[in-house]
Design a protein around this ligand. Sequence first.
Ligand SMILES: [Zn+2]
Length: 386
Amino acid sequence: MPADAMHSTRALTEALVSRASVTPDDAGCQALLAERLAQAGFDIDWLPRGDVSNLLAIRGEQGPVLLFVGHTDVVPSGPAEAWQSPPFEPTIRDERLFGRGCADMKASVAAFVTACERFAGGPDDGGLRLAIALTSDEEGPAQDGIRAVAPLLPARLGPVDWCLVGEPSSSRDLGDTIRVGRRGSLSGEIIIDGRQGHVAYPDQADNPLHRLAPILAELVNSEWDPGTADFPPTRLQLTAVDTDTDAVNIIPGHATARFNLRYSPASSADGLRRRIEATVTTHAPDSRVRWSHSAEPFGSPPGRLREAVMDAVHEKTGHWPIANTAGGTSDGRFIAPLGAEVVEFGPVNESIHQVDEHIDLAAIDALSDAYEAIIRRLARNAPSVD
Ligand SMILES: [Zn+2]
């Protein structure tokens, strides 16, 4: 293979896809990347936690910091027979690369590395410190990955100015959408006790569903906040309603309901909890609510990174991207509290986590070109440091 092809983003993406790195197993992806990054002048720091592999690579001594955040782990393939080609054998069909993780997010990781390789030693090099944080625990519990690495960054990097997350943000075409934040996620379970009995003798029982029903009606009809410029209004979704019986002639003794809120920064988790508990207590004073708060919302106001990403994406893909905060949460939530401007830009997310996950071959190179253009813009416009 000629050196050019070996160093192509596509070849690196294929090499990563062929490593079956199902969470939390990195399967050698990061070692391969570390070798490439070391050759491009990065210092490599291994920060493993338990079964999880974490890599921090840093290049440059001075200037503002651009941190790229990515993951090498993938979700399981599901039954391999359901795939048109084996999930961990990178396969080209119809100008597309197929394989588990190619879009979420091995092409992004490969593209960022090849973008850094082309930037290193070039005319714009020197104005920027580049850092790459990779984990094999993004698709899993996400406890030992970027959540654990983030608190170590200030000592190793100083302040992080900009953070580019390579999650697949695009919806139909590469670059049509970027993310400038993510909503928070708060889940709850309402538990109401009653007294079991025969439906024909309701006076001898106490039906907890009759107290739960008006609570749920109130919750689904509530408006929580109007949203913000970048965030849609907070929404509550019921996810389960259950009792301890399934017979048609029994009044249940217990009833539970579960719900999730995806919330904007116009609300706080505490405020939402208080409002919901007040509603629950009004209709069912003896009930309780169990909470699980999995993510705070985060969002970055328009800054130099967003500007660089918009311009670079337009130059390389022709799109002026929509900047929104849709989708589940991302590892950007652990970097935003460090004060960094966080933007997510990556491939089309249509096939992620599905059988026959794929990415257009043209998008792999375009992604690397766009990442390089982002790096160059930030390096050129970086305030000079003395
Ligand atoms: Zn991902």
